[in-house]
Design a protein around this ligand. Structure first.
Ligand code: PMP
Length: 382
């Protein structure tokens, strides 16, 4: 199988699995227990927290382990909003946040919280002047992703941090697609809270963290004494140790980013050359190194994914499946892309395990399968 769906999830690194296995078999005692084995677990938890803090440049006390980015996102928004003063209750979300996060936005709006959406430009970048107009003195917090999971477009976190700071508001950043792919330091990123998930950086699933600037008031959303009473529930120690191992393995992120970007550019150039009508979104804006979001003319994404499946290539569509039908990606819709084009969107996402041989194989095998379909598509196009 050629796995080109690294933005959905990544394979756990062998070193991550090796770090987790002894925890599963031996360090199963509850880290809140006072007995010897419990204290062993507590020490392992503290060591993992220290590793996360060192790699991401934050204080150990700023790390709140969660079940992943979805929970961390919810904890940040609900938890920070609950502590905001009465005159500051508006929440801003970018219009291209992850689908789960936008569900939270809608749930908040339904419950009477004033919610506004920061628009994006046609090229996929955030509309900074619209953001500047929306970030006012009644805003509790803005929630913005560091990089979009569909297009890979990078968001202007530093600029928005300036705006929120000037308005006295907080900034939450969903860095799930960013950490591990681009250099990141919590201490200098400008955000007050940052979410991420282990499985997007070759770590385990079901674990992630919210990094929260020391001293920032947060209302817990699950009650209990763990994580300094900010996130109750017995810690998933094996997964947390795996997450720390995955972060430790990252090394110099920019070296791997350059390698993956070269492969991605080669893939795009090859497809554009072999298949006229191929269009890549966000190709000219700053974006994640391994993300390619494209369409082949207006060939239906189902047809393209079928052909990829035939070649044992795992990829994704940009459409959200909902009860039998599929809807155009909300990200492309926010960019003003017409529905028929958005419904042709295919996402190919490369990662640490992607090899040059795999890209060559896709470039050799895919065009002959798609070229005749594309020709037919272009002839029948209105
Ligand atoms: N935010 C972004 C940007 C994501 O890409 C994802 C995963 N697709 C999530 C949040 C949710 O992560 P998880 O499912 O691990 O909670």
């Amino acid at each position: 199988m050629i796995y080109l769906d690294h933005n959905a999830t990544t394979p756990p690194a062998p070193q991550v699995i090796a770090a987790m296995l002894p925890v599963l078999s031996s360090l199963w005692a509850n880290s809140s227990s006072q007995h010897g084995p419990g204290q062993d677990s507590k020490r392992a938890l503290a060591a993992a927290r220290a590793t996360v803090a060192r790699v991401l440049s934050c204080k150990p006390v700023e790390v709140i382990f969660t079940s992943g980015a979805t929970e961390a996102n919810h904890l940040a928004v609900r938890g920070l909003l609950a502590k905001a003063p009465p005159g500051r209750q508006r929440v801003l979300f970018s219009s291209i946040e992850h689908a789960g996060h936008l569900k939270l936005a809608r749930a908040l709006a339904d419950s009477g919280v004033p919610v506004d959406f920061l628009p994006v430009l046609a090229d996929g970048r955030l509309d900074l002047s619209a953001a500047a107009a929306l970030i006012g003195p009644d805003v509790a917090l803005a929630s913005l992703m560091a990089a979009n999971n569909e297009t890979g477009a990078l968001m202007p976190v530093a600029e928005v941090a300036e705006l929120t700071k000037a308005a006295g508001a907080l900034l939450h950043v969903d860095a799930t697609q960013f950490i591990g792919k681009q250099p990141f330091q919590f201490s200098s990123c400008g955000a007050d809270a940052v979410s991420f998930s282990g499985h997007k950086l070759n770590g385990p699933k079901g674990v992630g963290a919210l990094l929260l600037r020391h001293g920032t008031a947060l209302a817990p959303q699950t009650l209990g004494s763990q994580e300094r009473a900010r996130r109750g529930g017995t810690e998933n120690l094996a997964a947390i140790v795996g997450l720390a191992a995955a972060l430790e393995l990252l090394g110099d992120v920019s070296v791997e980013a350059a390698r993956v970007a070269r492969l991605r550019d080669q893939l795009e150039a090859g497809l554009i050359q072999a298949l006229p009508g191929t269009f890549v979104w966000c190709q000219s804006v700053a974006r994640l190194p391994g993300t390619s979001y494209l369409r082949f003319g207006q060939l239906s994404v189902d047809v393209v994914l079928q052909r990829l499946e035939r070649l044992s290539v795992a990829a994704s569509s940009g459409a959200a499946c909902s009860s039998g039908g599929s809807e155009p990606s909300h990200v492309l819709t926010a960019m003003g892309v017409p529905a028929d084009e958005a419904l042709a969107a295919v996402r190919l996402s490369l990662g640490r395990t992607t090899t040059a041989e795999e890209i060559t194989a896709v470039l050799t095998l895919l065009p002959p399968l798609l070229a005749p379909l594309l020709q037919e598509d272009m002839l029948t196009a209105p």
